[in-house]
Write a protein that binds this ligand. Structure first.
Ligand code: CTP
Length: 398
């Protein structure tokens, strides 16, 4: 619940602004007070009257509104809230923020504030993918700005891809997560999860049976303790948690790139089941079956070891690096050797033999291996394993 919390909600100019009306309703239902700010472009999409009616408060629109300045100056306005949320955050507004410009009320508030800021971007897919926007995102992330979304899907402009504003319920979850005060508040934790897909040709790939359930539960548990979580996930069977920064990848190489882009972090939990090998030469066109010809053979190349490269990074190693060891025999011995080989601090070892029902199941039986030895945990639901691990991580980062 957000009872007692105040959100300064900046509504930018995009078609997604209509969803922001629903967000205001959800925020108020959750107990939050909403101070709305409507940009000039935002007012082209939703009216000040609907915004103020839903918020139950005056909507702020212009910088040089002398009456408003007399009531509450813009500097003060930027600081009354527990969180500033920009939804939709347009490419233009993000560019202004990245440059520190302040030429209207919204950008001035964003520059003058000393409270945390969260953006829910919404824009055309090409605008989102543009190197300039991607550069701005990096700058803003470096400034500690949080992001929720964008989602991938069909857009109002008819194109398909990332750029759609996150759904109001997801933004609400992210806001709750940002305002949670817990032992991991102020910490950034990177989590990898899910399998990777290694392409053979444009229609076929090599994968593994990981559902992503344990990694997802860990990300949610870390979020619940107040951490800012970057969740780098392969194509998993379970949806990613809300209220975390989701980066979707397919291959091990893309996962490494995303992980490197997400650093620095205070801790990294590598729960992904990364494919050890990829097909050495991915075929650009579909491999055809030719009557009478021999079956094709595949040659493999080794994938980068993401855990090892993070754990052995000279200048960007997180304080705590946690790996997983999915084994089918000699679990402890293999896991202990893996901890040494990869250079990580802890290994969460589990037996994934088919008989255990762990891979793809709802429970997990793990042994936590640290510098001081092996600690077997009872068989528990994956959510509970995640909660215990998150608490241990919080202790270690104290
Ligand atoms: N891992 C990784 N990058 C890889 C392979 C594995 O980051 N290319 C990480 C996994 O996320 C996990 C840990 O390393 O945290 C161990 O993964 P696992 O598949 O159990 O071990 P491997 O390194 O693949 O070793 P082996 O195949 O010998 O068991």
């Amino acid at each position: 619940m957000l009872t007692g919390k105040r959100i300064l909600l900046i509504i930018g100019g995009g078609i997604a602004a209509y969803k922001t009306l629903e967000l205001i309703r959800l925020l108020r239902k959750d107990g939050a007070a909403v101070t709305p700010v409507l940009t000039k472009a935002g007012a082209e999409f939703v009216t000040p009257l609907s915004v103020s009616a839903l918020a139950g408060e005056k909507v702020h629109t212009a910088l040089f509104d002398l009456t408003a300045e007399a009531e509450m100056g813009h500097i003060q306005l930027s600081r009354v809230a527990d969180l500033l949320v920009v939804a939709p955050a347009t490419a233009d507004l993000m560019a202004k923020m990245a440059q520190g410009r302040a030429d209207d009320l919204a950008s001035t508030l964003l520059l003058a504030t000393d409270t945390p800021v969260m953006l829910a971007p919404a824009m055309n897919v090409r605008m989102w993918m543009h190197p300039a926007t991607q550069r701005n995102i990096k700058v803003l992330q470096g400034d500690g700005i949080r992001f929720v979304g964008p989602d991938e899907g069909e857009m109002a402009c008819g194109e398909y891809g990332p750029g759609r504003m996150a759904e109001p319920a997801a933004i609400l979850a992210a806001i709750r997560a940002a305002l949670v005060q817990g032992p991991l508040t102020g910490k950034h934790v990177l989590v990898t999860s899910g399998p990777t897909h290694e392409p053979i040709d444009p229609v076929r790939y090599i994968a593994n049976r990981s559902s992503g359930a344990q990694g997802t539960a860990i990300a949610a548990a870390l979020r619940d303790l107040g951490a800012r979580v970057t969740f780098v996930t392969g194509p998993a069977a379970v949806p990613p948690p809300e209220g975390v920064q989701v980066v979707r990848v397919e291959t091990a190489r893309a996962m490494l790139e995303a992980v490197e882009a997400a650093l620095p972090a205070d801790a990294a939990v590598m729960a992904a089941a990364v494919a050890d090998w990829r097909v050495a030469e991915e075929s650009a066109s579909k491999i055809k079956k030719v009557a009478g010809a021999a079956a094709p053979s595949l040659t493999f190349a080794e994938n980068p070891d993401i855990l090892k490269s993070v754990a052995q990074s000279i200048d960007r190693r997180p304080k705590l690096v946690v790996g997983f060891a999915a084994e089918t025999d000699d679990v402890l011995a293999h896991a202990q050797a893996k901890r040494a080989r990869k250079g990580c601090d802890w290994i969460v070892a589990n037996d994934v033999s088919p008989g255990t029902g762990i891979m793809g199941g709802t429970e997990n039986a793990v042994t936590l291996i640290t510098a001081s030895g092996a600690e077997p945990w009872p068989r528990l639901p994956k959510d509970e394993v995640a909660r215990r691990l998150a608490l241990r991580i919080a202790e270690a980062l104290e």
